[in-house]
Design a binder for this molecule. Structure first.
Ligand SMILES: [Zn+2]
Length: 294
């Protein structure tokens, strides 16, 4: 934990450890948590503290798993993710558990990620300004990773909390309503805002150097995956399960548990193939993909 600015502490953890994230604690007229799943080692400073407000970047449990512990807090979340915050079955469905079934982990997944159903109390929407007293910050919709993924821009302090647009972790868009196009637009939006610092949700949190070129590299990583997938389709691999075996989005090797990351890879390959279809590069016939030309 460190004091980032007046009124703002960061509860960060240097290692990318799931299901936890780097959170902000704002101590002001209203005490506010920006995301609520700090690593257990960082939780001591929240003990006994009254939290009035929680703003969640999105409804992944590694960002909201402690919402239910702060019984006096109002929880704000983008409306596109309200249902999955309130229902574990909706959460599993949104992850693709019924589209690319992984029966081995489905019965255990919600417990493993410390999912706790806690309906949101109100909405976050793009451009909304939130005041906690002395501090004010703005909601920046940054969809792509998930449909309602938001960042939080602190203009006076010059930084944006970017949650799962995290420069030390490769881009993930593994929900059925994730979107490659939205992800790319969100990266362009971050480049346009030109903040002095990005604060990521996992691992080392603070980024101040070469932000524009790093965001461009991040975008290129996504496009390079798409080129590799297109090459596979042109080489005759036509169905998503086979394409996903190559772990293109996970750098050629799945983390453990493999079956969960394989499912994520299937969903990410689906998003690329749907985009390639819109771009006229591939055609889809009975869930198989073929080159559109040549
Ligand atoms: Zn996430």
């Amino acid at each position: 934990m460190q004091q980032l600015f007046d009124h703002i502490k960061i509860l960060d953890h240097d290692k990318y450890t799931l299901p936890y994230c780097n959170c902000l604690l704002i101590e002001d007229d209203l005490n506010c948590l920006v995301d609520s799943s700090p690593h257990p080692k960082q939780r001591a400073c929240l003990e006994g503290k009254k939290i009035d407000l929680i703003v969640n970047s999105h409804a992944h449990s590694d960002h909201n798993s402690c919402n239910h512990l702060f019984t006096e807090a109002r929880v704000l979340l983008h409306p596109a993710e309200h249902e999955r915050a309130a229902s574990g079955e909706t959460y599993l469905t949104a992850y693709g558990y019924y589209r690319f079934p992984d029966e081995a982990t489905r019965p255990f997944y919600l417990d493993a990620v410390q999912y706790h159903a806690r309906p949101a109390d109100d909405e976050l929407n793009d451009g909304m300004k939130i005041s906690t007293g002395a501090l004010e910050f703005e909601v920046i919709a940054l969809p792509g990773h998930s449909i309602g993924h938001c960042g939080f821009f602190f203009p006076r302090q010059g930084f944006i909390y970017t949650a799962d647009i995290n420069l030390n972790i490769k881009p993930i868009y593994a929900m059925l309503d994730s979107s490659v196009d939205d992800y790319i637009s969100s990266l362009e939006r971050l480049r346009e805002i030109k903040a002095d610092m990005l604060v990521g949700g996992h691992g080392p949190a603070l980024y101040t150097e070469n932000l524009d070129s790093r965001l461009r590299e991040y975008q290129n990583e996504i496009l390079s995956r798409e080129e590799q997938i297109l090459k596979m389709v042109k080489g005759g691999t036509s169905d998503i399960p086979q394409i996903a075996e190559q772990a293109i989005c996970f750098g050629g090797r799945f983390p453990e548990p493999r079956s969960v990351y394989y499912m994520h890879e299937c969903v990410m390959a689906l998003h690329h193939l749907e985009r390639l279809e819109r771009l006229g590069e591939v055609v889809c016939h009975e869930d198989r993909y073929y080159p559109a030309r040549g």
